[in-house]
Design a protein around this ligand. Structure first.
Ligand SMILES: Cc1ncc(COP(=O)(O)O)c(C=O)c1O
Length: 397
């Protein structure tokens, strides 16, 4: 009998972390690996945020924090939602956690009973499936394809709803595809959910600020379903603050209360200094978000151009985040020496070992025809990486 509980035995290792580890191992052997498997901005946290954190240390914010977060941070989230998204929330609906990942965990543990279904479009972010499983729920996956920009239709979602459906979970802008649902697409999803008031909609908006096509659209803007929606967001991606671990949710009061109860018994309130840094991030407006977004857009354009130089790759145009998710099926059943490419995983390993470029196999995100390439890297690194990828792929016959 295993000493480890089934709940952990049944969890998969995060594939993105597996690739990051493999590239670290090769790097430690002195091999020059370009890591495009990374899920975080390569920028440093803006100075005004660091300054606020230093001030918080000097001001002795060294005690336990309130479980749902400091009042000033919850108020800052309320103002952000009003000013940037035109959404009305009050402080009681905001719960601050150690990253959006914990916010998601809180939500699933709070709403899912054994056997409840959560509808999730694929490609999905790696942790969604495992978090639902951890809560004893059943992920119901809806496939999408590159020709539809990897987005689900309202009809697809409606067909998947059963009397066991507890929630619909989606991410826009998306990791791993960079796809963004338009207002019209969100409206048609909202029309479906309005018919099913017991279904919760979990909207992961963590890439809100990395949007190349305009204003962020949240599904919470549709009054008829607002009470069903929980927004998940945080400062990790938009403010280059992944290590500070601050995320938040904006939810109906009953769900916020449940998550506070759970968080009170597990982690307690998020770190004091990080919360003060996050308040500054949300309250002070400088142009750092814009600067980072513009840099990502420039790199996105560069990456698309470089991808188009590689015969056999099929890609769409990611509209946000910092990933591209090209289809690589053309290379299946080709080989180079001992390397035989049967699937996306083989291709990712081949690129790592032959081209010394780390990417993530699409299967980690529920689509085994693609790979995820992150462009959170310098332009020089991207140019070098794609030249290596092109050569390695060209050697597959
Ligand atoms: C889609 C998505 N949601 C949530 C998260 C988690 O964010 P945080 O760092 O705030 O926990 C990530 C991080 O990679 C992500 O890509």
């Amino acid at each position: 009998m295993s000493k480890i509980a089934n709940r952990i035995l049944n969890l998969s290792d995060s594939q993105t972390l597996v690739m990051t580890q493999k590239s670290r191992d090769l790097r430690s052997k002195g091999i020059d690996i370009i890591n495009l498997s990374i899920g975080e901005p390569d920028f440093n946290t803006p100075d005004y945020i660091k300054k606020a954190a230093k001030q918080a240390i000097n001001d002795n914010f060294s005690h336990y924090t309130p479980v749902p977060g400091f009042d000033d941070l919850r108020e800052a989230v309320v103002s952000k939602l009003k000013n940037e998204n035109n959404l009305d929330y009050n402080k009681e609906q905001i719960v601050v956690s150690n990253g959006a990942k914990q916010s998601l965990t809180n939500v699933f543990l709070s709403i899912i009973n054994k056997g409840d279904e959560v509808i999730i479009p694929a490609p999905y972010w790696v942790s969604y499936i495992e978090l639902v499983k951890l809560a004893d729920g059943i992920p119901v996956i809806l496939d999408t394809c590159i020709d539809n920009d990897f987005k689900v239709s309202a009809k697809q979602v409606e067909n998947a709803i059963t009397d066991k459906t507890k929630a619909f979970l989606f991410n826009s802008p998306s990791n791993p595809t960079g796809s963004i649902y338009t207002r019209e697409e969100l409206q048609s999803l909202a029309n479906v959910f309005a018919k099913y008031p017991d279904v919760s909609i979990i909207s992961d908006e963590i890439y809100e600020y990395i949007n190349f096509i305009g204003k962020h659209e949240s599904i919470a803007q549709f009054e008829e379903i607002k009470e069903q929606v929980t927004i998940i967001n945080g400062v990790s991606k938009g403010y280059a603050m992944t290590g500070w671990r601050i995320g938040y949710m904006a939810a109906p009061v009953w769900l916020a209360k449940a998550c506070i109860k759970l968080q009170g018994q597990t982690t307690s309130g998020a770190g004091s200094i990080s919360q003060k840094a996050a308040s500054a991030a949300l309250l002070v407006s400088d142009n750092s978000k814009e600067v980072m977004k513009n840099a990502f857009k420039k790199r996105r354009d560069l990456v698309l151009e470089l991808l188009d130089n590689i015969p056999g790759i099929k890609r769409n145009v990611p509209k946000g985040a910092f990933y591209v998710f090209p289809n690589i099926e053309f290379f299946f059943n080709k080989s180079n020496g001992n390397y035989i490419i049967k699937n996306d995983n083989d291709l990712a390993i081949y690129l790592l070992e032959k081209a010394h470029v780390a990417v993530v196999p699409g299967i980690a995100f529920g689509n085994d025809s693609c790979i995820r390439i992150s462009y959170a890297a310098s332009e020089a690194e991207l140019v070098e990486a794609f030249s290596r990828i092109k050569e390695a792929l060209g050697n597959l016959k």
